[in-house]
Design a protein around this ligand. Structure first.
Ligand SMILES: *Cc1c(COP(=O)(O)O)cnc(C)c1O
Length: 343
């Protein structure tokens, strides 16, 4: 596996463009809005999935695996990114997808297959059981998949494990490297893995920067988060995610992290995960896109922007505030979004 070095990975993270947004609403409220364009971190391996995959792939490489397997739906940004990573870094990828193989694959899966990903479809009931965690050798499906494909490194759906969190920390670390003041960082949450990582990354930035590990993969270590300022605000795109906050705390604790520098806002899921958007949100998206020329994906980043717009309208942030909005990517998922039944 010919993975980029950790130094290159960190370098990519600090080179991500920061775009000052020309947004009428924010101007009126006296708030500066800067978009961190993580959708541009790589041409195809875009957005937060770039970060969540890196340390997973490093683990796979250290473990001597030739193949990586993961899970997702037909429009999965994660599987798409994994397929691109497989092509770019020279390893085989297997995508396990819920449901029967459809007659017409989604554009996402067509691309994934074209890049060499093996698509493996399984029944929805079996799927649910083992996507939250990586497949373990204890599970019967593991043996079956190994029999078909040979040995593999397994990543849970969305790349949401401790290696994913370590990678997402790098976004927070990179923001701190700019040494610029800001009021809050806003981002969209699915599993909350990215939020957990970014919040830890801004709190641990100095530790991360000063550590010169000789051991591969040791640069991003973790320390205790002690700050009390809610610096990172996550907008959940899921409906009925009552325990998301607790799951984020658990994810941080599993890495020895503790902290109170983030908040979760649940009111702007706009109907739920990958559901058809209400007209008011669609209209918002057209206006925003025309005004700012920024393209957003309908499943994640648009909802975060919609939430930010509502909070701006409520004067949630005082005049003179400076917000950093993370564009977590996902634009590939725009294709066919309005015509397909997504779930
Ligand atoms: C996967 C994804 C997210 C959510 O990331 P989590 O770590 O699961 O919270 C946000 N935005 C985009 C564009 C994504 O693809």
């Amino acid at each position: 596996m010919n993975l980029m070095s950790e130094d290159e990975f960190l370098q990519r993270a600090v080179s991500v463009p920061m775009q000052t947004l020309q947004w009428e609403l924010a101007k009126r409220k006296g708030v500066d809005v800067v978009v961190r364009r993580d959708d541009l971190v790589d041409s195809n391996l875009s957005g937060n999935k770039f970060y969540k995959l890196f340390y997973n792939l490093l683990q796979a490489k250290i473990g001597g695996y030739q193949q990586v397997l993961s899970f997702g739906g037909a429009y999965s940004n994660h599987l798409y990114a994994l397929a691109v990573a497989g092509r770019n870094f020279g390893f085989k990828t297997i995508g396990v997808i819920r449901g029967e193989r459809p007659k017409h694959l989604s554009p996402t899966l067509q691309d994934a297959e074209r890049w060499g990903m093996q698509l493996h479809f399984i029944s929805r009931t079996n799927y649910r059981e083992h996507t939250q965690h990586a497949l373990s050798e204890m599970q019967p499906e593991y043996g079956e998949l190994v029999k078909i494909y040979g040995d593999f490194y397994s990543i849970p759906e969305g790349g949401a494990n401790s290696q994913g969190l370590r990678g997402a920390q790098v976004i927070g670390w990179a923001i701190q490297q700019l040494k610029a003041e800001y009021t809050a960082i806003c981002l969209a949450c699915g599993t909350g893995n990215t939020l957990a990582g970014v919040a830890a990354g801004i709190a641990n930035a100095e530790v991360i920067g000063s550590e010169i590990g000789s051991e591969i993969g040791s640069k991003i270590s973790v320390a205790e988060v002690v700050t009390e300022t809610p610096k990172v605000i996550g907008f959940s795109v899921l409906k009925g995610d009552g325990d998301l906050g607790e799951r984020i705390i658990t994810q941080q604790q599993n890495l020895g992290l503790r902290g109170n520098n983030w908040r979760l806002i649940s009111g702007y899921h706009a109907g739920g995960y990958a559901k058809k958007l209400p007209n008011v949100v669609q209209e918002f998206s057209h206006v925003l896109e025309r005004e700012t020329m920024l393209q957003l994906d309908p499943v994640y980043t648009l909802k975060m922007f919609y939430g930010v717009a509502q909070l701006l309208a409520l004067n949630y942030w005082p005049r003179g505030s400076r917000l950093i909005l993370i564009h977590t990517g996902g634009l590939q998922g725009r294709r066919g979004f309005n015509t397909a039944a997504l779930l």
